[in-house]
Design a protein. Structure first.
Length: 294
C-alpha cells in the first residue's frame, strides 16, 4: 500500500472501532429506560465524525500504543463533546433545530430532558475515567491529574462559550483565543491523553499539545467556512447556523479563512516533526481536517 492509502485505511479502521466502542459504552453506562436514557443515547450515538476519539488513538499510535488499550479513554472527550453540542443547540444559546441531520435534542425530547441529558453525560464521563485509565495501563497515581484536566476543560468550554455568545471578539486573535478555549481545549485533552499512554517526555507532550491546539483551531475555522459554503445535507444542519456570533469568515472572508486554516494545520503538523515518520498518519489526519467538506 502507498503511505497515503495506509493512513486513510488506518483512520477508517479507527473510526469504526470508535463507533463500536461508543455503542458498547452507551449500553453499559446509558442503559436506563425512559426519556433520559433515550436522550443520552441519541446525543452520543447520532452520527458524528468522531474526530476527537480518533485523535486520541492516533496520538497513541505515535508510541505504537494498541488502540484497544486506549479506547475507553478516547471516548471520554467525545462524551463531553456530545454534551456540549446538546447545550450549544438550546434555545438560549444557538437555538438550533437540527444536529447531525436530525432534530436537535431539545426538539426531539424537550428542553428539560436535553439539559438533564447533558449533565448526566458529563457525570458519567467522569465516572468512567478510573476504568479507562486502568485499561490504558496508565498508573493510578495519574487519576487525580486526569480528573483535574477534565474539569479544567469543562470550565474552559463554559468560559469560552460565554464570550462566544457575547460576540466578544473583534479581532482574529480574540476569536482564536475563544476557540482555543472551546474546540482547542477538547482537542488538546483528546490528543494529550492518547500520548500519555506512551509515557511521553515533557517536550513530546508539549509538541502533541501544540499540534492539537493548532489543529483544533484549524478545525473551527473550517467549520465557519463550511457554515457559509457547505451543503446543508452534508453538514446535517442549515447553512448560516452560526449567524449572530462572530466567525472567522466574518473577520477574514472565506478565502483568507481557508488560508488561515491551512497555515494552522501546517503549524500543527510541524510541531510533530520530532516524532519523524511515526507522525505520518497524524499529519495526514491534520490534512484531512482542512480539506473536509462536512
Ligand atoms: C458543560 C460540556 C459543557 C459545555 C458548556 C455549550 C458549551 C459550554 C460549549 C459549546 C462548545 C461547542 C459546541 C463548540 C463547537 C465545536 C465544534 C467545532 C463542533 C462541531 O464538531 P464536529 O464537527 O461535530 O466534530 P460532530 O457532529 O461531527 O461530532
Amino acid at each position: 500500500m502507498q503511505p497515503m492509502d495506509r493512513a486513510t485505511a488506518v483512520m477508517a479502521g479507527l473510526r469504526a472501532k470508535v463507533d463500536t466502542a461508543l455503542g458498547q459504552w452507551a449500553a453499559a453506562h446509558l442503559s436506563g429506560e425512559g426519556v433520559l436514557g433515550a436522550a443520552m443515547r441519541e446525543a452520543l450515538l447520532s452520527p458524528g465524525k468522531r474526530v476527537r476519539p480518533v485523535l486520541t488513538l492516533l496520538a497513541g499510535e505515535l508510541y505504537r500504543v494498541d488502540p484497544d488499550r486506549l479506547i475507553g479513554l478516547a471516548l471520554i472527550p467525545e462524551v463531553i463533546h456530545a454534551a456540549s453540542l446538546v447545550l450549544d443547540d438550546l434555545p438560549s444559546m444557538d437555538d438550533a433545530p437540527l444536529r447531525r441531520g436530525r432534530p436537535s435534542l431539545h426538539m426531539a425530547y424537550g428542553e428539560a430532558a436535553a439539559i438533564l441529558a447533558a449533565f448526566d453525560l458529563l457525570s458519567r464521563a467522569h465516572a468512567s475515567l478510573p476504568a479507562a485509565l486502568e485499561r490504558a495501563r496508565i498508573p493510578r497515581r495519574r487519576l487525580a491529574e486526569a480528573q483535574l484536566e477534565l474539569d479544567r476543560v469543562i470550565d474552559s468550554l463554559c468560559r469560552a462559550q460565554v464570550r462566544d455568545l457575547e460576540a466578544a471578539a473583534s479581532t482574529v486573535e480574540e476569536l482564536e483565543e475563544i476557540h482555543a478555549g472551546k474546540t482547542g481545549a477538547l482537542f488538546v485533552l483528546a490528543a494529550g491523553w492518547g500520548a500519555l499512554a506512551g509515557r511521553p517526555t515533557g517536550v513530546e507532550r508539549q509538541a502533541v499539545e501544540a499540534f492539537a491546539r493548532n489543529l483544533g483551531l484549524a478545525f473551527q475555522v473550517i467549520d465557519d467556512v463550511l457554515d457559509v459554503t457547505g451543503r446543508p445535507q452534508r453538514l446535517g444542519k442549515p447553512a448560516g447556523k452560526d449567524a449572530g456570533r462572530v466567525t472567522f469568515v466574518d473577520l477574514l472572508g472565506v478565502a483568507a479563512a481557508r488560508r488561515l486554516a491551512r497555515d494552522l494545520a501546517e503549524t500543527a503538523s510541524g510541531a510533530l516533526d520530532l516524532f519523524g515518520d511515526r507522525a505520518d498518519t497524524l499529519k495526514r489526519f491534520a490534512e484531512g481536517v482542512v480539506t473536509r467538506d462536512a
